[in-house]
Design a protein around this ligand. Structure first.
Ligand code: IDP
Length: 141
């Protein structure tokens, strides 16, 4: 399988719960490497831009309100099949439906406050990574 990169965001609920390290440990244990990372307070415009694909959805305002409610930990993960591997580690969008042992099953409260974001395709990963990090701040290793 090809070496890929994916964008991961540890959302405000998980940052507030002080489980950033525990979540990063899941990625590292699964063989993914952190090749860029920062803690950032998103502006409304940044959150709206990031989730623009969901702008017409009924939950859009709640989603943006939540994403600006506190700092998020944004990182680029690199490794074999990183996009799918991250999605498997995250679990289903609704933590009630997420498989046991996944990040959302273990750390998320609800479909709104669901601990993590992960790119859903290699194409979207490239767009999402560029949204947060210039190429010079991604350190392949
Ligand atoms: P994903 O994060 O698992 O890829 P998406 O369908 O891309 O899920 O939705 C983006 C985010 O929007 C979700 O992580 C969740 O926080 C929020 N969301 C999705 N569906 C709903 C919903 O039905 N109600 C409330 N929030 C939702």
């Amino acid at each position: 399988m090809a070496i890929e990169r994916t964008l991961s965001i540890i959302k405000p609920d998980a940052v507030a719960k002080n489980v950033v390290g525990k979540i990063v440990d899941r990625f590292e244990t699964a063989g993914l490497k952190v090749v860029a990372a920062k803690l950032v307070q998103l502006s409304r415009a940044e959150a709206e831009g990031f989730y623009a694909v969901h702008a017409a959805r009924p939950f859009f305002k709640d989603l943006v309100d939540f994403m600006v409610s506190g700092p998020v930990f944004v990182q680029v993960l690199e490794g074999e099949g990183a996009v799918l591997k991250n999605r498997d580690l995250m679990g289903a969008t609704d933590p009630k439906k997420a498989d046991k042992g996944t990040i959302r099953a273990d750390f998320a409260e609800s479909i709104d406050a669901n601990a993590v974001h992960g790119s859903d395709s290699a194409e979207n990963a490239a767009i999402e990574i560029a949204y947060f990090f210039p190429a010079s701040q991604v350190y392949s290793r």
